[in-house]
Design a protein around this ligand. Sequence first.
Ligand code: PXL
Length: 280
Amino acid sequence: MLKRIVTIQDISCFGKCSLTVALPILSAMGLETAVIPTAVLSTHTGGFSGYTFRDLTSDIPEITKHWDSLKLHFDGIYTGYLGSIEQVKIVADFFDTFKRADTTIVVDPVMGDAGKLYAGFTPDFAQEMKQLCSKADVIAPNMTEVSYLLDVPYTECYDEAYIHDMLKRLTGLGCRIAIITGVRYGDGLHGAVAYDSETDIFCSSFQPHIDQPMHGTGDVFSSVLSGAISKGASLQQALDTAVNFTVRTIQETVPDKDTYWYGVSFEPCLGSLAEECKRF
Ligand code: PXL
């Protein structure tokens, strides 16, 4: 039987990120994928001005109620970009309704990048996001989000001991596993580091850094990570699959200079991802 995941995040109609990335990736990985769109935007908010934003917060409790009446079961719940503080609270209620012993909740606490919050996000939102993280099994912030979740200054200069300390403190929010994405120790590599507080084990996955920022790579990473974990991959397998796939999509996009801010060219990489994920 197919594993079933639900992903809760916005639809950016143009500019590949959030649901338009998560849905094809999770489907290619062989998961039945349900979606709850949190908002509809004409484009993502990074690099475009004048975008439209239709808030769908009030639909979420109705969808939850209907699905509860259908007694639906999810092997995975994966949340990304959430559009308001109220929405974060409603998603926490969704977790309470659908969390079973065999359901893994992955929260990507999407709030910002490169030391700055995305347009529309506030430190109050970050406070509420801490609550959502406490209900997750796995969280996957980048260094900007770590600074807001732990109330520490944003830094790009750190070593492994610092990252390990941050990871332990992140699991102190209440989740079993924390993963920090976009980690660079200055050795030419770029990757993700994880800590499992139940086994007290750290693991990591790195690839050579490609010096070209592109939009939407965090959503690509978290989609693969969530899919792999929901399919039963180990933490190390999930990290390796997510890091390697993200790098392949970046390499695929490098020749296409005009599209860097539209999102990465993940589509040609889906076939090999599908093959790779048959083993989970
Ligand atoms: O990639 C994260 C993301 C998701 N959704 C929207 C965004 C962003 C980042 O900018 O603007 C609408």
